[in-house]
Design a protein around this ligand. Structure first.
Ligand code: B4P
Length: 191
């Protein structure tokens, strides 16, 4: 199996690039952000719990995120591989993912880290907020909080994958096609 973590700050293009990667390499996509938004729209118990965190731009507690990812893995055991989009977002999530994959005889082959300057991230999220109505993209304080949480809690995950020699940094600025070509050239060294 080819398991890939697509990593980056909010608005760096993880969701956008995941769609392209899935199409070309037939990996199974899991986006924790998309799952939370669907559960919130359907007002499920998980959605109601997640709502108060997501709408303020905070991270959902690790326990809730990890449970949902492991259920997803158990339901899709026969895939070619997974693309983890927006997960792991804390060191603890990264450690649990490593252990759980190991118990299933699997591993993360590659962690792709999209680098985009903060000014551009803010511009992209504001633009998306106007179109999509996503509450977490529309409020300046929430946008700043998401970037702060990324710096404080999520960025340290890079060192976890560097230590395991799986970290590949990609310039996330340019057209969607340009960024995708950079990602593909790394994937093709491994797949
Ligand atoms: P996510 O859904 O993961 O949201 P994101 O980081 O904002 O988006 P992404 O990087 O995928 O950006 P996109 O491609 O859409 O998380 C939302 C929330 O869920 C989190 O804040 C948190 O509360 C919660 N959550 C999720 N996972 C969690 C976890 N593991 N633990 C705890 N909590 C968790 O791109 C953004 C915009 O840029 C789009 O409008 C796109 O069109 C544009 N764009 C993309 N590529 C571009 C390019 N090359 N040039 C110009 N624009 C581009």
């Amino acid at each position: 199996m080819f398991n890939l973590v697509l990593f980056g700050p909010p608005g760096s293009g993880k969701g956008t690039q995941s769609a392209r990667i899935v199409e070309r390499y037939q990996l199974k996509h899991i986006s924790t952000g998309d799952i939370f938004r669907k559960e919130m729209d359907a007002k499920t118990a998980l959605g109601l719990k997640a709502k108060s965190y997501v709408e303020k731009g905070n991270l959902v507690p690790d326990e809730l995120v990890v449970d949902l990812v492991m259920n997803f893995l158990d339901q899709h055991g026969d895939e070619r591989g997974f693309i983890f989009d927006g997960f792991p977002r804390t060191i603890r999530q990264a450690e649990i993912l490593r252990t759980e994959l190991f118990e299933r005889g699997q591993t993360i082959k590659l962690m792709i880290d999209l680098k985009v300057p903060e000014a551009e991230l803010l511009e992209r999220m504001r633009k998306r907020g106007k179109k999509s109505g996503r509450a977490d993209d529309q409020d300046e304080d929430i946008l700043q909080n998401r970037l702060k949480i990324y710096r404080d809690s999520t960025e340290p995950v890079i060192s976890f994958y560097t230590k395991h020699h799986k970290h590949y940094e990609i310039d996330g600025v340019g057209t969607v096609d340009e960024v995708f070509n950079r990602i593909s050239s790394v994937i093709e060294q491994f797949i």
